[in-house]
Design a protein around this ligand. Sequence first.
Ligand code: ACO
Length: 338
Amino acid sequence: MIAARNGRPGRARLAALGAYVPERVVTNADMERHVDTSDEWIVTRTGIRERRYAAPEQATSDLAVLAAEDVLRNAGIDAAEIDVVIVPTCTPDHLFPSVSATTAHRVGARNAAAFDLQAACSGFIYGLAQATALVESGIARNVLVVGAEVFSKILDMSDRGTCILFGDAAAGALVTSGDPEATAGFLGFELGADGSQAMDICIPVGGTRIPASQPFAPDQAFLKMNGREVYKFATRVMEESIVRLLDRLELSIADVDLLVAHQANQRIIDHAVKRLGIDESRVFNNLERYGNTSAASIPLALTEARDAGALRPGALVLLVGFGAGLTWASCIVRYEPE
Ligand code: ACO
């Protein structure tokens, strides 16, 4: 419960990770049945081989609950100890109520405040920044951040420029209050937004600009993207954001043990890796199996990096993302799990 400052603030630390992916695997061969595309084109241009789709009855909160339960299990913490649940998502169950309130209720986080966070694919890092601020101000001790998305239900399956890119998943982290003197924890964030390119990724209908109650062409309820413009934006801001953050923290890319970038397109990640000069052995990707899962992509990759032994206790981890808004975000954290 966050009614007031809860005692002496500690240093925010990344205490646990967790994830859930739906069972249904959709391969590039399946995509060839919807649109004029090929496995070869998708793999060469994006690096994606398959993605997961939620079942028809699954909404975003259903995925978020399962990921949140995984985080709580890994943290060994009771849901009643969670002070705040943040769900970064751009595919909520409804415009309101929030996915976070539903998720908090269903996992038994009965003492938690809850809010959704709309920064698209940058949302998980924005959520970590919020969690860090809440913990280090003394307002909260335990904050659950769960990125959750069901993109399969907002995709135009006749648009080959977008439908091949996205998948469904939920994944997250527990941010807790640690030793104020510790060197582990969140060292810094660099967040930004440029609304001048807002309509380069959007869903035109369903908000208050064009309400769903008004007549509209059916395709306007689906995700629209100007892929080339977003590509240019992504390759520029990922590098710029990382350089600004490293400079501010007086760190160099050589200090980074692991880079986990938003899993949108292998070419975008490769571009950043090359420009920054970080060795590929220190980069973890799982894009080929999930596609772009937006706010879930970074925590999903982090969770799999942990399982693969690529994310080790004590590692200095660099996270970076970009997405609709347009937004970008990067973060450096010294990983010390429970
Ligand atoms: N299969 C075959 N051909 C295709 C496909 C496809 N799936 N999609 C596009 N093409 C064609 C185009 O029609 C075009 O044909 P044309 O030259 O005859 O017009 C040709 O391929 C090249 O198209 P480009 O758009 O230039 O292809 P590009 O190499 O840029 O790849 C892509 C397109 C993958 C969408 C790329 O631009 C991209 O990844 N952009 C960034 C998108 C992104 O990362 N978004 C993340 C944010 S999403 C969020 O926040 C919710």
